[in-house]
Design a protein around this ligand. Structure first.
Ligand SMILES: NC(=O)c1ccc[n+]([C@@H]2O[C@H](COP(=O)([O-])OP(=O)(O)OC[C@H]3O[C@@H](n4cnc5c(N)ncnc54)[C@H](OP(=O)(O)O)[C@@H]3O)[C@@H](O)[C@H]2O)c1
Length: 291
């Protein structure tokens, strides 16, 4: 067992590396966090070499890379490039985690919550704000579980692009795009849905009460927006599996506590080996193992 200090190399695709991700890393017990912003596939190679050519043998498990930023696609491109510069055949690799804007850890927490109340293999879900980093990951997890997923956006083409990206990973995905550009679209979007996840921008009401009143199929509502007013009217910030009027509700803080546990557990996992790759599926599997 190596006694070298743990180092997390934070590679952020935004110009300023996320303070949130840095704080969580420290709270997860990482001894040193090296933070870099403005990371692209073009400039990342020397940083990866700095990780793999400095320590050897079991010491390499004491270095890990965390990829963040506000753009999921940019983060994915950096992850793909980082993998190209590892040399696992010579043991020269470090563990990797992708969590752009907290998307993987937040989506894992939300879907884990939904799965406590619904059979996700048959769930009929609607994701409002489904084109953002978090919504995209929620869509992927729900589609992987086998249920039918509707991705809402004010611009249907944006939702269609998310559906295509999900299908690229999960060919059997039952997923469709829907326009939610006005309240007139609500009946069609909500029709037959038993799970609603609001992953819209902070402080935006995505589902007013009057639009969902009378939709008998809704069983679970999860609102990830933590900035008032709520993203789903009738879901409180601290709701955590609370049932009111026959609907189970989770608010942003109700999900956020689990998200933090998942995030810290994933960071700890990085230092158990030098070859873990934690993307959405791996993070979700970790989430399912938490008590
Ligand atoms: N609880 C937690 O632990 C936790 C952790 C991380 C994030 N969050 C929250 O999760 C939510 C999703 O995060 P994110 O980063 O994925 O969000 P985001 O990218 O800021 O927004 C998601 C989507 O919301 C839609 N949207 C933006 N402005 C809108 C408006 N004025 N009206 C209607 N729709 C609008 C956009 O979709 P279209 O343009 O396609 O319509 C956008 O793609 C946020 O509220 C964030 O604060 C919570």
């Amino acid at each position: 067992m190596s006694d070298k200090p743990t180092i997390l190399v934070q590679l952020d695709t935004d110009p300023l590396p996320s303070v949130f991700d840095r704080v969580v890393a420290v709270d997860a017990g990482v001894q040193h966090v090296f933070s870099y912003g403005g990371i692209t596939p073009q400039n990342v190679m020397p940083l990866v070499h700095g990780c793999i050519f400095t320590r050897g043998g079991s010491d390499l498990a004491r270095t890990a890379i965390f990829i963040g930023g506000s753009d999921v696609a940019a983060g994915e491109a950096v992850l793909a490039e980082v993998k190209k510069h590892l040399i696992p055949q010579y043991g020269l690799s470090v563990s990797l985690m992708l969590d752009p804007n907290g998307a993987n850890t937040t989506a894992a927490a939300a879907v884990r919550a939904a799965g406590r109340h619904l059979d996700l293999s048959t769930a009929q879900s609607l994701i409002l704000g489904g084109t953002g980093p978090v919504g995209q990951r929620v869509a992927r997890l729900l589609a992987k579980a086998g249920g039918h997923v509707r991705v809402g956006s004010r611009q249907k083409e944006r939702a269609e692009a998310v559906c295509a990206a999900v299908r690229a990973h999960i060919p059997y995905a039952q997923i469709e795009a829907i326009s939610v550009s006005s309240s007139a679209a609500a009946p069609e979007a909500l029709e037959g849905r038993n799970l609603i996840v609001a992953a819209g921008a902070a402080g935006v009401v995505m589902l007013p009460r009057k639009l969902r009143n009378g939709v008998k199929s809704i069983r679970v509502m999860i609102d990830l927006n933590g900035v008032p007013p709520p993203g789903i009217e009738g879901v409180e910030l601290n709701d955590k599996g609370v049932e009111r009027n026959g609907i189970i509700r989770y608010g942003a803080l109700g999900v956020g506590g689990t998200k933090m546990k998942i995030h810290k557990s994933a960071i700890a996992k990085l230092f158990e080996s030098n070859n873990a790759v934690l993307d959405i599926e791996e993070v979700y599997n970790l989430a399912l193992q938490l008590p």
